[in-house]
Design a protein around this ligand. Structure first.
Ligand SMILES: [Zn+2]
Length: 151
């Protein structure tokens, strides 16, 4: 929108951000919006890129994941990884990254595995939400029973 003023463009970007992230839509930089913007976020781009990501770990980035067909996954060995302690929580971060290498993008559903905001603490048990299941089943098909029921 070439004729839009910077204030109007900023307001529209805030509205888009708030709608996408299920925040109250005010178009203002209010407390809930600022809080979410300051929450650690997965650095993976929301759309697959043909060249993956840079290899250096910097700016709070602690994993690199590549969408299919590449599928590489790197963890920063300088990070203090642990499970449920004070370090980087391995299970939810790993599960989120594996979602990316399986082809899942980010979800805007809070609490889902693929929600990009603070995957280490937002879903510490690394459980799959209905949104995660729908995402993976849209790529790989519905769950197939592993046992056969005899009539
Ligand atoms: Zn991510």
């Amino acid at each position: 929108m070439l004729n839009d003023s910077p204030d109007r463009q900023t307001k529209q970007m805030l509205i888009t951000f708030q709608e996408y992230n299920h925040l109250p839509v005010t178009g203002e930089l209010d407390n809930k919006t600022v809080k979410l913007m300051n929450t650690p976020r997965c650095g993976m781009q929301d759309k697959p890129t043909p060249h993956g990501m840079p290899l250096a770990f910097s700016g709070g980035i602690i994993t690199h994941a590549w969408y299919p067909p590449d599928g590489r996954l790197h963890f920063d060995d300088a990070e203090a990884w642990d499970v449920g302690g004070n370090g980087a929580n391995l299970f939810p971060i790993c599960a989120h990254a594996i979602g990316h290498i399986l082809g899942l993008g980010h979800s805007n559903v809070p609490g889902s595995m693929m929600y990009p905001w603070d995957p280490a603490t937002g879903n510490p048990a690394a459980t799959l939400s209905p949104d995660d299941l729908a995402g993976i089943q849209s790529s790989f098909g519905p769950e197939v029973p592993t046992t056969t029921q005899l009539l």
